[in-house]
Design a binder for this molecule. Sequence first.
Ligand code: ATR
Length: 303
Amino acid sequence: MINASTQFCAVYGHPVKHSASPAMQNAGITALDLNWRYLAFDVPAAELDTALAGAAAMRFIGVNLTVPHKLHALEMMDKLDRSASEWGAVNTVLFEGLDGAGRWRPLRDFVGDEYPESVRRHGFNTDADAITESIRESLGISPAGASIVILGAGGAGRVAALKLAAEEATELHLVNRTISKAESLAKEINERYPGPRVTVGYPDTRVDLLVNATSLGLRPDDPVPVDDSVFPLERCRGVYDMIYRPAETALLRKAREAGCLTANGLGMLLYQGAKALEIWSGKPAPLDEMKYALESHIYGAGT
Ligand code: ATR
């Protein structure tokens, strides 16, 4: 039951109607037996700061941020966790209150009549860890020591490439329609992570993993994002598509037929959400319940 003690979390996006986060997070909240609810709000970019102030004023537990807010939010935080500064984006905000002893504590800790006079915004990024966790869990492939092709050098491709470099991949091959973007990403990786050998374009060798971080595959008539005549999928041990709707994209179907291990991006969505709930609640996330809710929401009940 919602009552006068119910506290709130939310996702802000624009658009936001198709977000699976409310289904997943409310299942997690219920499993943790918290008197919280998780809502979705359509917040245009120009209103983000005001909407964050509103949530803080109403003592929300926290919010998730999705397209188009993750980059703009960086400068709107009072404190940045290392995860947010390292990846240059915020997808999770924890509201913290100032207690009588002058300490900042998560708002979940303010119980009974204790009321925080002042609230600050603490920004985190749970997306990057979720990428490698999902790849490890669903394909059994660890980035350390791996040679990896990354398709896409936009927002998602950049964070994936940096995270895989940080986890000590040996070789990163960056492929993007706009080559200059892959080149500047290669430069950024070389400056920040001296370990991996970074090249732009397809390798002519076998690789451990290919990651699709382009938006190709979202629409039914999209072409497959990899050029089979230049780089046959038989050369990949595993193929990870960040797209999760449809569950099997044309890329994943071709990869399966070529004998590769395959996985879609549902695990990324699950792990970024699970980590956010852990930040807010201070408890381990109920992964099974969240996963079931996510799959039912996206693919239909009974999956
Ligand atoms: P996101 O935050 O999801 O990564 P994005 O930053 O807009 O979104 O990046 C989209 C990615 O998909 C880019 O790598 C983009 O290639 P460009 O950098 O050349 O734009 C890629 N992409 C989108 N549509 C594409 C298409 N029709 N063919 C090839 N790549 C495409």
